[in-house]
Design a protein around this ligand. Sequence first.
Ligand code: ACO
Length: 326
Amino acid sequence: MNKVEITGTGSYVPPKIVDNNDLSLIVDTSDEWITSRTGIKERRISQGEDTSDMATKAAIEAIKDAKISVEDIELIVLATVTPDSFMPSTACIVQKNIKAVNATCFDVSAACSGFAYAMDIAVQFIRAGRFKNVLVIGADTFSKILDWKDRSTCILFGDGASAAFLQSGEEDQILSTYTGSDGSKGDSLTCPAVAVNNPYVDGVTGTIKSVVGMEGREIFKFGVKVLEKSVKALLQQADCTLEEIKYIIPHQANYRIIECAAKKLGIGMDRFYINLDSYGNTSAASIGIALDEVRKKNLVKKGDKILIVGFGGGLTYGGFILKVNL
Ligand code: ACO
């Protein structure tokens, strides 16, 4: 089996900062409510950049970091639930933008677990010997699918993109990967696409509004449960203990979800890397942005282990343990 190294990371968020007070001007909310319920203080909102634009910027940063040539990229796996279009895939648009002419490209739909799913796919392709140089991207423009009149959802999300470059190498840096899904609870976090409407459909099915719907409390309980479950599964597979983990990077959805999971795991909040106060929930970009920050702020050194967990719509969850070698 080939060994997998992460040789570069990158991230991008749009420059426009929207803080909680700004939101209180458009919906009936307050900084106090949002901060105490979620931990979010501000988020970045696109002023026109689409998912592929942000993904391209994060990808270029990861490619530069990995010091590889774009012609060497063999696979681009892009996680998103807010693609630019049904067709072409956002991965193919990024391929065009960066001129990665030798890459196979496709999108993965796993909402906020997207980056974890895409990483797992990339790892398995490299281990199997199918590809040696893989670009993983998580990118979402949630601002375009939010109901900006719904105060229970529009305050939670932000826009952004993140990327990681994975290569076949000397040392295996991925100590374990884990994924899971529970489609039976899919209705608790939704964004409908288009209705089946053609000359052979009886009656008019009407237009569907593609906006996010969420049962907040269900998602809260789910997040706490699968965070704990994923951490335990990843540790067991990697044959390591929580004490050996330098940082847990959880999906940045809500401070209180992480707090509840920390209690269940019997650890302090200082074991988690959290940046949701600055970005809100950036969906598929979230854990990759945090990973990039942890690396670029030099918070980890060679040999440190990072445990990364995502969870989101689908419902889906998953993660990986990474041994730092950069
Ligand atoms: N400002 C002020 N009041 C609000 C707001 C707001 N932004 N949103 C809701 N409220 C009100 C409600 O209308 C309700 O009022 P009522 O009692 O008069 O009816 C009251 O606050 C309580 O509403 P709840 O929905 O019960 O509030 P709760 O304490 O459950 O918090 C929240 C809501 C923050 C969404 C919580 O359920 C949560 O964090 N859930 C997890 C959701 C999440 O993180 N989703 C991220 C996407 S999914 C993912 O990434 C996996």
